[in-house]
Design a protein around this ligand. Structure first.
Ligand code: FAD
Length: 406
């Protein structure tokens, strides 16, 4: 028997990788090591239904325990990989175990970025990444009337919508001039500004934070850069994530905003792959190297990584897609809007059912669909296949996008 393949990180990528290795008929054993105490679970509901209390715990696991045991996947939870010795092909866990590997996968993901202001450690201040974070927030809701969300990205806004559903008074503070500026164009930011305002959430842009203040160790307010103070008995910080690359860096792998991998998820060491939130990879749909934070990327890149570990080549070449649920609006994004030179709207913005098609020099590069799943599915195919679409066709609701063929 060869030494096992070891996967570091037991979440979306780690679970998909273990499954893919089994499908690839890897003859040796598979060891999945994660520092959280729970079997891999779905993170997207954490800021949505799970936070809002409309989803039970039993729907969170990605796979149940039997899935792993039936496939001979050894899952070690609550254990952190502390070091990797590439010369000896060994990982060392924080409980002193040393495991020799044939192949190693980094599925270490990302962790929330700290706000970096005084008061971040007060009781009542939370991040939102893990099941424990959400349990902490939920346990604090009895004492919460007024919540301030720092950060107007997807997680912050989903959290705002969930807390609003729970009847809280909610304010979102975004340091930049508009919501989600890194990932959506102004027309979508404006849509979300109005959506949240219509639900009674105060959204303030150009609103930086200098301090979180409290009494008796508990948060009571948020100090803005203009000196004003917003009362708060709950603060959720959602200001982005940083990739968990320290372990890879320490063992000498190339890193640059993520662990650097090629289009087969291979790192600079032939025995080691990386995938998911922690991996910086080439992506032709996004026009260069990038690090994606999505379930699609975690799942699809894991397949290429598993193939590479068993000596096959499966190109990671999937058009990126993502979703976000806020109130009764499902946003589905595919490709990118960045750098677009023209756009076309299909559907009715006021009715909250439309898609924005983005073109760069005549080529469709991305589509944001709001309550328009048929457009989204058609757009995924159009972008993946590169079938030409004209803006006028996109904007014409009587034009069936599914009739275009490669
Ligand atoms: P992670 O999920 O970050 O998992 C990495 C795991 O590795 C963690 O458990 C970490 O603790 C562990 N780890 C790290 N270092 C070590 C070590 N040294 N030893 C052992 N274990 C280690 N994506 C979407 O596409 N749509 C959504 O709607 C969406 N909503 C989201 C909502 C929330 C609240 C969050 C937090 C994320 C959301 N995402 C969404 C993003 C998606 O969940 C991530 O892209 C996905 O979790 C990435 O999976 P991963 O396995 O690569 O990394």
């Amino acid at each position: 028997m060869p030494a096992p393949i070891v996967i570091v990180g037991a979440s979306h990528t780690g679970a998909a990788l273990a499954d893919a290795l089994h499908r690839e008929k890897w003859a040796g054993s598979i060891v999945l090591i994660g520092d959280e105490r729970t079997l891999p679970y779905h993170r997207p509901p954490l800021s949505k239904d799970y936070l809002a209390g409309t989803m039970d715990d039993d729907r969170l696991p990605i796979r149940d325990a039997s899935f792993f045991t039936e496939r001979g996947i050894e899952v070690k939870l609550g254990r952190r990989v502390a070091a990797v010795d590439r010369a000896a092909k060994t990982v060392r866990t924080d409980d002193g175990d040393a495991i020799v590997y044939t192949g190693l996968a980094f599925a270490t993901g990302a962790r929330p970025r700290q706000l970096g202001v005084p008061g971040e450690n007060l009781a009542g201040v939370f991040m939102l990444r893990t099941i424990d974070d959400v349990r902490g927030i939920r346990a604090h809701l009895d004492q919460t009337k007024t919540a301030v969300i720092v950060g107007g990205g997807f997680i912050g806004l989903e959290c705002a919508a969930s807390l609003k559903k729970l009847g809280k008074q909610v304010t979102v503070l975004e340091a930049r001039e508009r919501l989600m500026p890194r990932v959506v164009p102004p027309l979508i930011s404006d849509f979300y500004m109005k959506l949240h305002a219509d639900h009674g959430v105060d959204v303030l842009c150009n609103a930086g934070v200098t301090e979180l203040i409290g009494e008796n160790g508990r948060v009571t307010g948020v100090v803005r850069t203009d000196g004003s103070i917003l009362p708060a008995d709950l603060v959720v910080v959602g200001v982005g994530v940083v990739p968990n690359i320290e372990l890879a860096q320490d063992c000498g792998l190339a890193c640059d905003n993520g662990i650097v991998v090629d289009e087969f998820a291979r790192t600079s060491d032939p025995a080691i792959v990386a995938a998911g939130d922690c991996a910086n990879h080439p992506n032709r749909y996004l026009g260069g190297r990038c690090r994606l934070e999505s379930v699609q990327n975690a799942t699809d890149q894991a397949r290429s990584a598993a193939a590479s570990l068993v000596g096959k080549q499966v190109l990671y070449d999937v058009v990126p897609w993502f979703w976000s649920d806020q109130y009764d609006v499902k946003l589905q994004m595919v490709g990118t809007s960045m750098g677009h030179t023209e756009h076309a709207i299909r559907g009715d913005i006021a009715a909250r059912k439309f898609s924005a098609f983005y073109f760069r020099d005549g080529t469709l590069t991305g589509v944001d669909s709001l309550n328009a799943p048929i457009d989204h599915m058609a757009a995924r195919k159009l972008i993946a296949t590169g079938v030409p679409l004209r803006p006028a066709q996109a904007a014409d609701p009587s034009f069936d996008l599914r009739t275009l063929k490669a």
